[in-house]
Design a protein around this ligand. Structure first.
Ligand code: AMP
Length: 175
């Protein structure tokens, strides 16, 4: 039987990747086990199944993995938020600050409607810059409700404090 402790232990720790001082949480070791993967997607689906979600948004690229599965389980559409220059049609674009410099995320202008109930999913919350930009992008559509989900949340980096408290955020695993 899989439980949350087994899921937590399945996440591989890589010290000093991609640069010194970063402790990388490698979720690929969780996703490579069929039973664990099924437990994770079922547990997240259980949390959101009665909220009327019409669109799941996955953030490139690790947010696409569970994002796609959740969209299917919720019978919702899937929308990618991508890195610059990847989306072929008209886009909204949002830049955000990294530790050094800036990055940008993009979404298609016709991806959402104002009556959509949206679940934004990413694999991991660290400092909160990425999800902040994703929320800003989704807000441009005036959607009726935004939920945010992470597989893993790094509590010690306090990214949650950067997320607008009116946006309900829930993570399956905390470190
Ligand atoms: P942030 O914008 O700082 O919240 O970073 C979140 C994004 O960067 C997510 O898409 C993660 O995939 C990735 N990320 C940041 N820090 C880590 C980490 N320590 N381990 C794994 N992924 C990370």
């Amino acid at each position: 039987m899989i439980d949350l402790d087994i899921v937590k232990k399945s996440i591989r720790n890589i010290p000093d990747f991609p640069k010194p001082g970063i402790h990388f949480k490698d979720v690929s070791t969780s996703y490579q086990d069929g039973e664990i993967m099924n437990f994770i997607s079922s547990a997240i689906h259980e949390h959101y199944k009665d909220l009327g979600i019409t669109k799941v948004i996955g953030i490139e690229s690790r947010g696409f993995i569970l994002g796609g599965i959740l969209a299917d389980k919720l019978s919702a559409g899937f929308i990618p938020i991508r890195k610059p220059g990847k989306l072929p049609s008209e886009i909204y674009s949002q830049s955000y600050e990294l530790e050094y410099g800036f990055d940008t995320l993009e979404i298609h202008r016709d991806a959402l409607d104002s009556d959509d109930i949206v679940l934004i999913h990413d694999d991991l919350l660290a400092t909160g810059g990425t999800i902040g930009a994703a929320i800003d992008l989704v807000r441009k559509f005036g959607v009726s409700k935004i939920y945010v989900n992470f597989f893993v949340q790094l509590d010690f980096l306090k990214g949650i404090e950067k997320i607008d408290p009116t946006v309900q955020t829930w993570s399956l695993i905390h470190f």
